[in-house]
Design a protein around this ligand. Structure first.
Ligand code: G3P
Length: 225
């Protein structure tokens, strides 16, 4: 499962990319709004951090199909190759997806709460769908199960499509989808850090260092012995 960053904080993206195996990133209009009023400048900085070879999913803002298509053209033009145009899975969105996919653009169907939204996105030419795991949980349904059902739709219909699961609030949600073989998870910085934020892990590593230093001297490593 590929790991993406669902954030637009430049310092955080830089830090996470330095540490972890990051395959790309995503934003949505609410995330962009947290970081000022110049989204193009921000998105271009983020694109340069990811480089041209990593996928970046960027959302349209317009609410009608033609506006979404125009937003999509601009997104692809400004941010280049490997930028996926995120379009909400609403009726006007499917119309826009069909047009953009026909023109050869890469499309991600977003705001997915139900498997049938995903099904319509796949039939409309979307490469990815982004189901919102925690938001579904908060509605009293099972977000992980919704994603698994979408994966079953892909597998049983032979769609050449993938899932970028989104809206995570804990590691267990990510783990269950990783074990199920979902293509990608896009997570906020805190969720990614929490994969290894466990006192037992740090205690084990500290003990290894202390034992070794006791035998060979403080600050000694394999490199400087
Ligand atoms: O980008 C869509 C999704 O990741 C939203 O997440 O945390 O706002 O539920 P969240």
């Amino acid at each position: 499962m590929k790991l993406l960053i669902d954030d637009a904080n430049i310092e955080e993206i830089r830090r996470l990319m330095d540490l972890y195996p990051i395959s790309g990133g995503s934003t949505n209009p609410s995330i962009l709004a947290k970081y000022g009023n110049d989204p193009w400048n921000l998105l271009k900085q983020i694109r340069s951090l990811y480089g041209d070879h990593r996928d970046m999913h960027v959302q349209t803002i317009a609410t009608d199909a033609q506006g979404m298509i125009d937003d999509g053209h601009r997104i692809a033009e400004e941010l280049g190759k490997n930028t996926l145009i995120k379009i909400p899975c609403i009726p006007e969105g499917f119309k826009a997806m069909k047009a953009l996919a026909k023109e050869g653009y890469r499309v991600t169907g977003t705001a997915v709460y139900t498997p049938l939204q995903a099904y319509l996105a796949f039939e409309s030419g979307a490469e990815y769908v982004a189901p919102y795991v925690d938001r579904i949980d908060n509605m009293g349904f099972d977000g992980v199960q919704v994603v698994k059902t979408i994966q079953d739709i892909i597998d049983n219909n032979g769609y050449p499509c993938k899932i970028m699961a989104a809206s995570f609030k804990n590691s267990q949600q990510v783990l269950e989808l990783c074990a199920y073989g979902i293509d990608s998870a896009t997570c906020g910085p805190a969720i990614i850090d929490n994969f290894t934020n466990n006192a037992a892990i740090q205690t084990a590593v500290d003990k290894f260092t202390a034992d070794f230093e006791k035998a060979v001297g403080k600050g000694k490593t394999m490199a400087n012995l």
